[in-house]
Write a protein that binds this ligand. Structure first.
Ligand code: FAD
Length: 480
């Protein structure tokens, strides 16, 4: 029987393995037989970084892409050795090479006894001790199972599945010959799709979403320090839980302290009055001068946002997702300057438009039809899904998730993904922890909030490894 099974071996799985290794080195733990189960096509690379077009960039600088808390500068140094110390946003494929090299170094160290199974897991069944894991060709057993399955998602446009003009993966882009294309979404996946389609400069691209937010531009530096939106002030809530309304009130108060109420108000006004090109140019100008205080305020919540999330009631969290989720995504997750510059050029040349859709697009007379809130009707032959999908687990087409739901080993979190204990990462059903079954990464979004940033998932993996080391050393002491 293996001590630990890591199911899904992408960025989070590698970070977990690395930090287990670090703990084994530090404590001399002997029980360290680990099995890694993940499909061969992205083994030790994952999908987030490994299944990517060469031109797609990471959206976080190298200092935020460390794999282990023992080496906070790990990726930054790797980039220096590559001769690219100043590349702030390398390609995702470059990062996936770093992941593979990290895994090779773990193997070379020989500190862990590692077995690899290059297949997807289809079922996990509890035994008297530990679990039985089934793949197409193999059955193995393990004491502890950690799911690191990545951004599994269900379809938003199920009605278009099977339509050859409905595009869901970047590898299908080369088939698009027409010059007008609809892209659903306005987040990072939609921007990636735009960049692929914009390569030849001959497409007219229409991004759309329910709220119609345009992407925002990363600041060259976060200079503004909040005066009132501070963790210490949030802690003053007497009840011990932070109400969403009080967080929003303090955010508003903070915005009143910055000149003109911050760039968001002005940028939104400019977009409405002067159009998209002026909007991008305004934000790019402010970005160069590191004068984006609203962004700085939101970025300042990074260290504590997951704790604030935990302290909110489920009703508040659902309300946040419904009423503020889209705006938060646009303003809290800005994109690199160079990418905004590409968007601005396309907009200037009349090749990029962003719409607020009044309804989901429809397929009629061999074309997709979208109605925007300003009465425009856009007709295209192709629709690209750049939404990133839904993380409602009942809509995700994964035999493993279906099997785990059926056995009541996991259940949906009301805010998306799988319900887990936010401190132990143990899966839980009706609030009861499932012994020795854990989930790390984007599927824990509803419980942990910040899982769309790799630094956070790596931090959780580090906490898991530490907890495991404490448990193992206590067990070893009992045996002695
Ligand atoms: C397109 C994209 C771009 C991103 N860019 C950034 C970025 O620039 N910066 C940042 O900080 N964050 C980024 N993120 C967020 C990203 O999700 C996190 O960084 C995350 O931690 C990625 O690692 P992961 O291991 O969870 O997922 P992945 O690296 O995708 O790995 C999951 C693995 O699990 C495997 N798997 C799934 N089901 C099974 C099964 N049943 N059995 C076995 N294996 C299975 C998959 O095949 C895959 O190999 C991005 C996310 C996406 C989707």
């Amino acid at each position: 029987m293996f001590d630990i099974a890591i199911v899904g071996f992408g960025a989070t799985g590698i970070s977990l393995l690395k930090q287990i290794q670090d703990q084994v080195f530090a404590t001399g733990i002997k029980n360290n037989k680990v099995v890694l189960l993940s499909p061969s096509e992205d083994f030790a690379r994952g999908k987030a970084f490994g299944d990517s077009d060469e031109i797609y960039k990471v959206n976080t600088p190298p200092r935020m892409l460390s794999i282990s808390d023992s080496e906070p500068q790990g990726f930054l140094n790797w980039m220096k050795n590559l001769g690219k110390p100043n590349e702030d946003f390398p390609s995702r494929v470059t990062y996936s090479k770093f992941l593979q090299e990290t895994y090779q170094s773990i193997l070379d160290s020989g500190l862990l006894k590692i077995d690899e199974i290059h297949e997807a897991v289809t079922s996990i069944t509890p035994l008297n001790v530990g679990y039985k894991l089934q793949t197409h060709n193999k059955t193995i057993t393990a004491h502890k199972v950690v799911l690191c399955l990545g951004s599994l998602h269900g379809p938003i446009f199920k009605k278009f599945e099977g339509n050859p003009n409905f595009i869901e993966h970047y590898k299908q882009f080369s088939g698009i010959k027409e010059n007008a294309v609809l892209i659903a979404g306005s987040g990072l996946t939609a921007i990636d799709a735009f960049r692929s389609l914009d390569c030849k400069k001959n497409n007219e691209i229409h991004l759309f979403s329910r709220h119609g937010h345009a992407p925002t531009c990363l600041s060259s530096e976060n200079r503004y320090s909040p005066k009132v939106l501070l963790w210490q002030n949030l802690l003053k809530e007497k009840s011990g839980t932070v109400r969403l309304q009080s967080f929003l009130d303090i955010l508003k108060e903070e915005c009143q302290l910055i000149p003109d109420g911050g760039e968001r108000k002005n940028a939104t006004y400019i977009n409405k009055k002067e159009g998209l090109t002026s909007y991008f140019e305004y934000l790019m100008g402010k970005s160069k001068n590191a004068d984006l205080p609203y962004q700085d305020i939101l970025v300042s919540t990074r260290p504590y946002m997951h704790k604030l999330w935990r302290s909110m009631s489920i009703a508040d969290r659902i309300s946040f997702n419904i009423n503020y989720g889209a705006s938060w995504a646009a303003w809290r997750h800005p994109i690199p300057y160079d990418v905004v510059s590409e968007l601005a050029s396309a907009s200037r040349e009349g090749r990029l438009h962003i719409h607020q859709a009044t309804a989901s697009p429809r397929w009629e007379n061999k074309q997709f039809i979208l109605e925007s809130d300003n009465g425009k009707i856009i007709k295209t032959k192709y629709l690209v899904d750049g939404t990133g999908g839904t993380n409602r687990i009942d809509s995700i087409d994964s035999p493993l998730l279906k099997n785990l739901i059926q056995q009541r080993l996991i259940e949906a979190h009301p805010c998306g993904g799988v319900d887990i204990h936010p401190l132990t990462y143990q899966c839980q059903v009706h609030g009861k922890p499932i012994l020795n079954l854990y989930n790390l990464g984007p599927l824990s979004k509803g419980s942990l909030f910040s899982t769309n940033a790799f630094w956070f998932n790596a931090q959780c993996a580090g906490h898991w490894a530490r907890q495991w080391a404490i448990e193992m050393t206590q067990e070893n002491m009992k045996i002695a």
